[in-house]
Design a binder for this molecule. Sequence first.
Ligand SMILES: NC(=O)c1ccc[n+]([C@@H]2O[C@H](COP(=O)([O-])OP(=O)(O)OC[C@H]3O[C@@H](n4cnc5c(N)ncnc54)[C@H](O)[C@@H]3O)[C@@H](O)[C@H]2O)c1
Length: 238
Amino acid sequence: MKIALLGYGKMGKTIEGIALSRGNEIVLKVDEHNAGTYSDAELMQADVAIEFSTPESAYGNIMRCFRCHVPVVAGTTGWLAKMDEVKKECLENNQAFFYASNFSIGVNIFFRLNENLAKMMNGYGEYDVRMEEIHHIHKLDSPSGTAITLANGIIANLERKSKWIDGTQAKPGEIPIGSKREGEVPGTHIITYQSAVDTITISHEAHNRQGFALGAVVASEWLPGKKGIFGMNDLLGF
Ligand SMILES: NC(=O)c1ccc[n+]([C@@H]2O[C@H](COP(=O)([O-])OP(=O)(O)OC[C@H]3O[C@@H](n4cnc5c(N)ncnc54)[C@H](O)[C@@H]3O)[C@@H](O)[C@H]2O)c1
């Protein structure tokens, strides 16, 4: 595949290494220094674009891919207020868009585990649930996109929870998400169900960025030739 990297930071560079090791070619690298100067023609050389930039620049980058008819795989977090607009634009213009708040295979297995545990907990009102996410000090958004996906997975399956809140003080129907920023932590997510007699905890800990990057590259090899909106469920089949 000929790949355009929109966002060439920690993730962009990790993705580059894995993409090349799988025989792909990087035809364009964009970061804050050349974001305003590269041409549509340069972008259109690519079979697919991989977008890991910033909350402020993601929307513009994705829209530019649609205008240039370049399929786009996006992983940037913190811009999802514009997701409905992006989906509408994608479908109206018959483009290809793949989004995941977390591309790691392990985290997507964890998403399913979380939903199944939440479903089981409907019968046990004595347990209350809380979440914690820990990331490196450079992260711009909180709570993490992955924590938001996990919280929505609980809300969709546990009747007594209807919303999540950013913080640790929650009302009965709310799920508190505590965010910690420490050192160079790639990403840890902990879900705890606590009762008066015991505590049940499930967690996922990323050791490095390789898992996210591999998932994004596999998605970029899978997307070209397809039209519409896709996610990890489509890629993994679960
Ligand atoms: N979905 C996932 O699996 C996943 C995994 C890890 C990180 N992320 C998200 O990916 C994003 C990037 O993470 P990172 O650790 O690489 O951050 P980073 O700060 O290391 O890199 C961001 C890069 O974007 C560049 N940039 C700034 N403006 C730009 C523009 N207009 N166009 C293109 N690039 C531009 C910056 O120069 C920088 O190189 C964050 O939102 C992060 O939360 C998602």
